[in-house]
Design a protein around this ligand. Structure first.
Ligand code: CA
Length: 293
């Protein structure tokens, strides 16, 4: 069955962004082409909204933005349309444990990403230990993963999570990052008892906490409803586990060529990798450029 896609939800890292965390000219042209053909292109990312705005700078792009893994939805004009924060009590429970276990963590709020002052030092120590325990490990890859993490916009450094107690700002997302597989496993299974929390992973070295009613999939449903577009007329493209909820919600799911095999298996289609402009390739397959265009 040929279905017309009226809304395309696009993940950022590993999907629309290249290895320099930028939108290539080809991808940019393709998005504008889709928009001029009446397709509502929306961004759906684990990044914070203010971080996406920084990436959009100089591109001329204006789209609806699902950020913090679905905890926020912003209008193309930048106004907040919807949000679902973690309740503070749960946030404090999670953060006190992460801090105790020497995790590098990030707390996404309305205007900042709060992170402990010693967080980067903790990751450097992890990297050193990993290197001495396993000389074959690719330090370059680990360094790249860490640099990517640090390249987000809007960091505020805190001494401890305790600085956030009593804070008036909403907490949308808590991200924990580690190079140790066992540590990640332990952390991501630690809070299964918290009824209002879901845990997702957007990359190899992290896991993230959201309110259970915050996910890319739920946000896609809310937004499609707002725009009057049936979910059957939507498509979602991504590369990682935090994209699964929107891939399930959308009428059509597309995995990036660089996506994990498990993600590819669950999708209707696979496009090219992000470094080969997979999103542009997908858009032109959805809306072919006709001879008279
Ligand atoms: Ca991604």
């Amino acid at each position: 069955m040929i279905r017309v896609v009226k809304l395309l939800a696009v993940d950022l890292d590993g999907t629309l962004l290249n290895e320099e965390s930028r939108i290539s000219q080809k991808n940019l042209d393709a998005i504008k082409y889709a928009q001029s053909n009446g397709v509502e292109v929306i961004i759906a990312t684990g990044r914070a909204h203010f971080d996406v705005i920084e990436i959009f700078k100089d591109t001329g792009l204006k789209t609806w933005i699902i950020a913090a893994n679905g905890a926020t939805i912003h209008q193309p004009n930048g106004e907040l349309f919807h949000s679902k924060a973690i309740n503070h009590e749960d946030a404090i429970t999670i953060l006190s444990w992460l801090e105790n276990e020497n995790f590098y963590y990030e707390v996404f709020s309305n205007h900042s990403i709060f992170t402990p002052q010693n967080g980067r030092e903790l990751l450097a120590i992890e990297m050193d230990r990993l290197k001495s325990a396993n000389p074959d490990v690719s330090i370059e890859k680990l360094k790249y993963a860490a640099e990517k993490q640090y390249s987000q916009m809007g960091f505020s450094f805190i001494k401890s999570y305790q600085d956030l107690i009593g804070m008036k700002e909403d907490i949308y997302n808590i991200l924990a990052f580690s190079f140790h597989e066992e540590k990640l496993k332990k952390g991501s299974s630690q809070f299964e008892y918290l009824e209002d929390i879901t845990i997702v992973s957007s990359a190899k070295h992290n896991f993230e906490f959201e309110h259970k009613y915050a996910s890319k999939g739920i946000a896609l449903e809310i937004l499609a409803n707002k725009l009057g577009i049936p979910l059957t007329d939507t498509a979602a493209v991504g590369d990682s586990f935090n994209d699964l909820s929107m891939m399930r919600a959308a009428g059509k799911s597309i995995a990036m060529g660089n996506a994990l095999e498990e993600i590819k298996d669950l999708c209707n289609e696979v496009t090219l990798p992000n470094v080969e402009d997979g999103v542009a390739h997908l858009i032109y397959s959805l809306i072919p450029v006709t001879a008279d265009y």
